[in-house]
Ligand binder design. Structure first.
Ligand SMILES: *[C@@H]1O[C@H](CO)[C@@H](O)[C@H](O)[C@H]1NC(C)=O
Ligand SMILES: *[C@@H]1O[C@H](CO)[C@@H](O)[C@H](O)[C@H]1NC(C)=O
Ligand SMILES: *[C@@H]1O[C@H](CO)[C@@H](O)[C@H](O)[C@H]1NC(C)=O
Ligand SMILES: *[C@@H]1O[C@H](CO)[C@@H](O)[C@H](O)[C@H]1NC(C)=O
Ligand SMILES: *[C@@H]1O[C@H](CO)[C@@H](O)[C@H](O)[C@H]1NC(C)=O
Ligand SMILES: *[C@@H]1O[C@H](CO)[C@@H](O)[C@H](O)[C@H]1NC(C)=O
Ligand SMILES: *[C@@H]1O[C@H](CO)[C@@H](O)[C@H](O)[C@H]1NC(C)=O
Length: 261
């Protein structure tokens, strides 16, 4: 997957990657950390635009543009980029066209960084709150999915969603199945599996990612502030009911209060 065609760099090989993740799994934060590296450009959620994932041809065209370094975004570095990629959500054509995409990854030498969240209940709360804010626009009429200030995080976390427990277990299972399917589909691609919680707990987990991308190791920083920190029970309306529903199931550990930091 190495090509050398740029005159601005003295022939550093470029590594191609894609962060494969799901909404509200910390991938925005993770990406700001990667982009803090002078040699990494991660170009955001480019397949959030539907036209680009309309079919396999448009997907390949988009991928070519990114990996030919023709994609301009705020992440583009004017210095030597030695790893270039973007983040791709499982529900953005990735699972649907997995066979062709795996072939593309192999031919082009694209490595996959799976970024998943262990606590799918916390993820669900984040999904509901973010979806609510899309209409409610709690921050002075502006919808924000991520924030850089503790004050804003507090305002956003002020909304406590109610989780419909009738569907809770079914939905958690669906998410779990989707992630394990993704791992199976892409298991022949060069990949690394990273859990959001592990990075939150210890930023040195990023050393493994930097090694995987073959870039020099740096201490990486992000200015983003977590919206739903602290204990879980304070972030939902019907905590009691959720507890009753999950106790004794394989999802019981999602009820653990502490935010592992
Ligand atoms: C990385 O983050 C630090 C601290 O916020 C900042 O000073 C530095 O300019 C950032 N580097 C890049 C390449 O974004
Ligand atoms: C990383 O970027 C620096 C400039 O910030 C450059 O001097 C160096 O050659 C790059 N390293 C690699 C491995 O591309
Ligand atoms: C793929 O989608 C694009 C954009 O919607 C369309 O123009 C093109 O004809 C489609 N190609 C195929 C092979 O379906
Ligand atoms: C909202 O607007 C008020 C008044 O203009 C300002 O004081 C406050 O900082 C703003 N809050 C946020 C979260 O932007
Ligand atoms: C929860 O979901 C079920 C099944 O879709 C629905 O019948 C029920 O009305 C929902 N409950 C609430 C409180 O929204
Ligand atoms: C990938 O997954 C398939 C289906 O589960 C399995 O048969 C195969 O051995 C796996 N390959 C690798 C390299 O793990
Ligand atoms: C983080 O992980 C590194 C490497 O595994 C370890 O040396 C270090 O002690 C850990 N730090 C904390 C705060 O757990």
């Amino acid at each position: 997957g190495f090509e050398c065609f740029r005159d601005e760099c003295s022939c550093h090989p470029v590594r191609y990657f894609a962060i494969l993740s799901m909404q509200r799994s910390g991938s925005g934060w993770f990406e700001t950390l990667l982009n803090n590296h002078t040699n990494i450009s991660s170009n955001g959620e480019i397949f959030s635009v539907k036209d680009r994932r309309a079919n396999v041809s448009t997907i390949f065209e988009t991928l070519d543009k990114v990996y030919n370094l023709d994609w301009l975004s705020s992440a583009s570095k004017n210095e030597c980029t030695s790893a270039v990629g973007f983040k791709w959500m499982l529900n953005q054509g990735l699972m649907k066209h997995h066979e062709e995409i795996v072939e593309y990854f192999k031919t082009r030498g694209v490595s996959a960084i799976f970024l998943f969240r262990k606590n799918l209940l916390r993820r669900m709360i984040s999904v509901l709150a973010n979806s609510y804010d899309r209409d409610a626009k709690l921050l002075n009429g502006t919808h924000k999915s991520h924030t850089h200030s503790a004050k804003e995080a507090e305002i956003l976390a002020g909304y406590k969603p109610m989780i419909n427990t009738t569907l809770l277990i079914t939905e958690l299972k669906q998410i779990q199945e989707m992630t394990s399917k993704a791992l199976t589909y892409f298991n022949t691609t060069r990949h690394i599996l990273v859990y959001y919680e592990d990075v939150v707990k210890n930023l040195t987990r990023l050393d493994d990612v930097q090694e995987f991308l073959k870039v020099p190791k740096r201490k990486l920083k992000s200015r983003q502030v977590k919206i739903h920190g602290g204990t879980l029970s304070q972030h939902v309306q019907n905590w009691e009911e959720i507890q009753t529903t999950l106790k004794g199931t394989s999802f019981e550990n999602f009820l653990l209060q502490e935010h592992r930091k």
